[in-house]
Design a protein around this ligand. Structure first.
Ligand SMILES: [Ca+2]
Length: 311
């Protein structure tokens, strides 16, 4: 049975009564992977090394508009050192499970269980990905890049140039925040390049609201600056948000023929199971808290193991 196809920003979706995700459905204790492992694996890195701001976090359009007002407006300085991509090491394998950050994002964002190129499960072979920028769907990961939502070069000129090597590495491999690294069509990523929203916007206009919310969230979290033109462009993009409530992303119908891949080696969750990839998804669906035994409860969401997840 085809399952609902949900946005990666499930936390923003108001309409979906149940967010049934097929992302990384299979948990293996000896080889955790997917959303949970990606987040857990990067937690230590970001918690200890990143200059993450503790100020306003933008998760809604109104929150983003407020957060945008708090971001320092600054034009790039003439004396800013030249950007050198090799100073921003990626993709690292922070949790040393042999899946680097690119693989972790592919696994986390696949709309169906992934397959791997070999039994060591280090590299993804197939899955199902949706590019928010263009609306393109693929089962072939080589067609997708992992995009730094706020590109490394833009982070550099908006304050990141002063970070330490470790801070740059933390930024370049941030798996904690689902909007920081996203899988998108390679050609869209290359078209975007290091451009800011005043220079480049996704062709899929219905994504502009969410794009601006995410961009502001990253800039805010990492205490990066915006230019005047960038700030104004973000404001215009937020104008496309729904008047009431947080932004929602309408997910196009999938061609059902792309769902069943003959190379699938993993078993999807039994039909009818409820799966929340993150606590944010559970909360967005109005399901949190989740008690042990309830649909959607799983140990990975109950980190203090007290029987109540997503407290
Ligand atoms: Ca890893």
């Amino acid at each position: 049975m085809q399952r609902p196809f949900v946005t990666r920003f499930a936390r923003l979706a108001l309409a979906a009564p149940l967010l049934v995700l097929l992302v990384s459905c299979i948990a293996e204790p000896t080889h955790p992977r997917g959303v949970t492992s990606a987040h857990a694996g990067a937690a230590a890195l970001t918690a200890t090394k990143s200059p993450v701001s503790s100020s306003v976090t933008a998760t809604t359009s109104s929150g983003a508009r407020g957060a945008l007002q708090t971001i320092t407006v600054s034009e790039p300085h003439r004396g800013t050192p030249a950007y050198k991509r090799d100073q921003w090491e990626h993709w690292i394998d922070e949790d040393r499970d042999c899946q680097d950050a690119r693989q972790e994002v592919l696994i986390a964002e696949s709309r169906q269980p992934v397959t791997f190129t070999s039994s060591n499960q280090c590299r993804v072979a197939t899955g199902l990905w949706f590019d928010e920028y263009t609306g393109t769907t693929t089962t072939n990961p080589s067609k997708f890049d992992i995009d730094h939502f706020v590109p490394l070069e833009n982070a550099h000129i908006s304050g990141g140039w002063g970070w330490t090597t470790e801070q740059k590495k933390a930024y370049a491999n941030d798996l904690i925040h689902p909007e920081h690294l996203i899988a998108v069509l390679a050609s869209a990523n290359r078209s975007k390049s290091s451009h800011s929203p005043d220079e480049w916007k996704p062709s899929r206009k219905e994504y502009w609201c969410e794009y601006a919310v995410s961009w502001i969230s990253v800039k805010n979290r990492w205490s990066l600056t915006v230019t005047v033109r960038e700030r104004d462009a973000l404001g215009s993009m937020l104008d496309t948000c729904p008047v009431e409530g947080p932004p929602q992303t309408a997910m196009p119908e999938l061609d059902t023929g792309t769902w069943a891949h003959p190379a699938l080696t993993q078993t999807p969750q039994p039909s009818g199971d409820v799966y929340y990839a993150t606590c944010a998804a559970a909360k967005a669906a109005g399901a949190a808290r989740l008690r042990r035994g309830q649909p959607g409860y799983r140990a990975a969401l109950d980190r203090d193991n007290d029987g109540i997840a997503c407290e």
